[in-house]
Design a protein around this ligand. Sequence first.
Ligand code: ZN
Length: 332
Amino acid sequence: MTSYKELGLVNTKELFKKAVSGGYAIPAYNFNNMEQMQSIIQACVETKSPVILQVSSGARKYANQNILKNMARGAVEYAHELGYDIPIVLHLDHGDSFELCKDCIETGFSSVMIDGSHLSYDENVALTKKVCELAHSQKDYVTVEGELGVLAGVEDDVSSEHSHYTQPSEVVDFVGKTKVDSLAISIGTSHGRAKFKPEQCTRDANGILIPPPLRFDILEEVEKQIPGFPIVLHGSSSVPIEYVHMIEKYGGKLTDSVGIPEEQLRKAAKSAVCKINIDSDGRLAMTALIRKILVEKPDEFDPRKILGPARDELKKLYAHKNQNVLGSAGRA
Ligand SMILES: [Zn+2]
């Protein structure tokens, strides 16, 4: 049994309160290796931003949960060493069972998501409530994120062919019955790097896909139902075209990539949306730089010379998100 406070972590309670009233969103960046963690912490310390380090069940399988937990502890110490103590949350992304959430709550996570969005409404309520009761009864209160509505796309073990938007009429009942601390909603964001089918988009003069806009009307209706309640957006990578082009220039193939435009996320961050999840953009930046180095320096075989530049690019990307998209810079 490890409490997150022993690791130097915080839950999301205070962070979300400040983010909602301050009109910005906390970045939730996924990580599963050292270079990602270092670049996230470097960027967030440099921009003085709070941060949520997210671990999916796929990441737990890939990297081992104990290693990830200790990396989060290392992240806290690393920020301190870099000269600025930022608030750091360790969050389970898309917990799919009570048992998985329990395991994370008991081993140092300060926040968990229970994703019952694929279940019937009543089953989602029951499962989410059960996780909240456990999380909230810990000596150190663990925060819980629930989800209403289904996102399309593929993310690690989470995939769905069809999305359906969150029904604003359900949110008061859901939040009241479950006692969740935050709510992920579906307003048109999507997991992965091909967020929409080409037929859902239009194309600009250069043939680049322009996605359909987010459903801000649903977001506004949700905000009216539960004023000031923390809202979460998943699947909010922008899929920068420069990285897609770089990957394709150096031998990759990522047909019909399309993300959520940054100006729409900027707008969302100013509302009750207080956590924005970004994973695919980091994957793209890292892959782009690795491909570039491998092609440009065929004699290079030191992984540090290959992953190092990728880490630098990731840091640039995360700092840009904090400063120009989420508005979290200067809030730590
Ligand atoms: Zn997600």
